[in-house]
Structures are given as structure tokens and as C-alpha cells.
Design a protein around this ligand. Structure first.
Ligand SMILES: [Zn+2]
Ligand SMILES: [Zn+2]
Length: 306
């Protein structure tokens, strides 16, 4: 059986200034047909159109911090959602000041959105549960940047055990007991025999996870929040030759991102938020791969299956 979708689309991979081939930070994560927009740099709505993502199916937007390259696309996206007749509530997770910015824009432009916004404010401490449903949990965690900034952790909840339907019938197990089996319990069949869970079920797929670490200085404390993820996005604004600049501006180098992937025992590392000064992105891989083998580059339009 095919697993449910868990796929990331890169919408923007540039740092402060966009380039002709790299837009500002934004990603679209699809987990089981729930669409999460992560950061919303300038031109995000154009990128969504360009890469054929349906933006009215986005019900949750996560903003890491209030530097323009992470949210300047939000007023435009909200306006287009409104003009295209959106009615369903949109939840925006981010710093508290974001609400006043959006409200001020709507006030001066005398815009009354057709849909309501549910605001969830991120906090400066620990792992905070922002969203959950029966399949997914999303947390924020603090990053170390020049201004208040959080990362986001997306996790599938543990999946139920898989049942062998043929055996279920053969052993005369009632349909009502399926839930017990899925939860790992033994059951009694219609002849009164105890059926061991192991006889009719197999282990479920291991739950998948994605951690998004936008702007941050190298911070070993991240290990407390995001160990063992399947995919770690860690900013790598600079190469080591500009390590001083990285430190001064609270950003990281590709080498530091690789060290973080190693420290947190990630399975794969996604590098992004590249400074506009670099045109050859392979230099980032060359720097990261000797430390952490499984690295990929965020390229606008790239889809990554987790
Ligand atoms: Zn940034
Ligand atoms: Zn920033």
C-alpha cells in the first residue's frame, strides 16, 4: 500500500535579497493532503502559481520571524485569497506583532477580508505544540537570530499496526475488533480462541518528521528539540570564508548546518537561504558533505519526498 504524502515544495531559497533564480524564503509542505505554508517571502504567491500549487488549499501558514524575506509575501497572498473568494478560516502561526502589521495594512487599504484569520502566537521558549489533528503534530522551537525567531517541527503521529485482512477472515475475527488489533492488543475470535496480535498484524511504517530551521546562528541547543528527523532544513546563508559575517548577522555557514545535522542525527540535510553573493551553489555541498554525507540543496521548484 502506498504511504500518505509527505512532500516538500521549495518556493524560495534566497536570503535577504532575491536573485533572478532564487526567490525569498517559502516552502509548501503537504502531509496527507494538509497544506502547510512555511514562511512567505516576497512573491510567494507567484511561486505558488508558477509551481502549480493550489493556494486556496493552504489552511495553515507558519511565519518564523519578522525579517521581510520571511513574510513580505503574506499581505499579497492574503489579498489574493480574499479576491478569489476564500471563505474558510486561515490559521497563521507566528510572532505576535505580525497580527498588528496585517491589521494595519488592511485598515489603511480599507480591506475587509472575506475570511477570518485565527492567530496563534509563537513563544520564545521550549517545544510548543501549535497544531495537531489525528495524523499530525506541529511544534515551534526557539532559534537564535537577531530578532525573535522560531523553527517548526512537523511530525506524523505513530501509525496504527497493519492488519492482514486475509487472516482476519480466515481466523474468524470480528470487524469490531480491528481497532484493538490496530492498537497492538490481542483479541478473541468468534470461536473463543485468543488471537495474538503478532499473528495477524505487522509493524506500521515509522512516522516521518521534518524540521525547519530558518534564520539562526549555529546553536547546539537545537539538539534538544529536533533529534532524529527524516529531513532537516537548516539555513546556510554563507560559506566558511564568510564565517565572521555569519556570526555577526546571526546566520550559519554550510559547514555549521552540516555539523548541526550530524549533532541532531538527522537522516538528510536540506541547505537553503543562500546569500545572493553566491551563484555556484555546489560550493555549499562541497563544504557540507565531508561532515554530513546526505545533503541536498533547496532549489526553487524542487520537490522533496520525505
Ligand atoms: Zn532570512
Ligand atoms: Zn532573518
Amino acid at each position: 500500500m502506498n504511504r500518505t504524502s509527505f512532500e516538500l515544495l521549495i518556493l524560495g531559497s534566497s536570503s535577504a535579497s532575491p536573485t533572478s533564480s532564487r526567490s525569498s524564503s517559502a516552502q509548501l509542505l503537504n502531509i496527507a493532503e494538509r497544506f502547510f505554508l512555511i514562511d512567505c517571502g516576497e512573491a510567494t504567491q507567484i511561486q505558488l502559481r508558477k509551481f502549480k500549487a493550489k493556494f486556496q488549499s493552504i489552511d495553515h501558514i507558519f511565519i518564523s520571524h519578522l525579517h521581510g524575506d520571511h513574510f513580505f509575501g503574506l499581505p499579497g497572498l492574503l489579498s489574493s485569497m480574499h479576491l478569489l473568494g476564500r471563505k474558510q478560516t486561515l490559521t497563521i502561526y507566528g510572532p505576535e506583532n505580525l497580527k498588528s502589521i496585517i491589521e494595519a495594512i488592511n485598515k489603511v487599504s480599507e480591506t475587509r477580508l472575506n475570511f477570518s484569520i485565527n492567530w496563534v502566537f509563537t513563544k520564545n521558549q521550549g517545544l510548543n505544540l501549535l497544531f495537531e489533528d489525528k495524523k499530525i503534530e506541529v511544534y515551534s522551537f526557539p532559534l537564535k537570530h537577531r530578532i525573535f525567531c522560531t523553527g517548526f517541527l512537523f511530525k506524523e503521529k505513530p501509525l496504527p499496526r497493519k492488519i492482514d485482512k486475509y487472516l482476519l477472515k480466515k481466523l474468524n475475527i470480528s470487524v469490531a475488533d480491528i481497532l484493538l488489533l490496530k492498537n497492538g492488543l490481542n483479541v478473541t475470535n468468534q470461536e473463543g480462541q485468543t488471537i495474538q496480535n503478532k499473528e495477524v498484524t505487522i509493524d506500521p511504517d515509522i512516522e516521518r518528521s521534518y524540521a525547519y530551521c530558518s534564520d539562526t546562528i549555529f546553536n547546539p541547543k537545537l539538539k534538544d528539540y529536533i533529534s532524529n528527523v527524516d529531513l532537516l532544513y537548516h539555513e546556510s546563508t554563507f560559506l566558511e570564508e564568510h564565517a565572521d559575517r555569519a556570526k555577526k548577522t546571526y546566520h550559519s555557514t554550510a559547514k555549521q548546518a552540516a555539523e548541526m545535522a550530524k549533532k541532531t542525527n538527522a537522516k538528510q540535510l536540506l541547505l537553503g537561504h543562500f546569500s545572493a553573493r553566491y551563484s555556484d551553489l555546489d560550493l555549499f555541498l562541497n563544504e557540507a558533505e565531508p561532515i554530513f554525507k546526505n545533503c541536498i540543496l533547496a532549489i526553487d521548484g524542487k520537490k522533496i519526498k520525505i
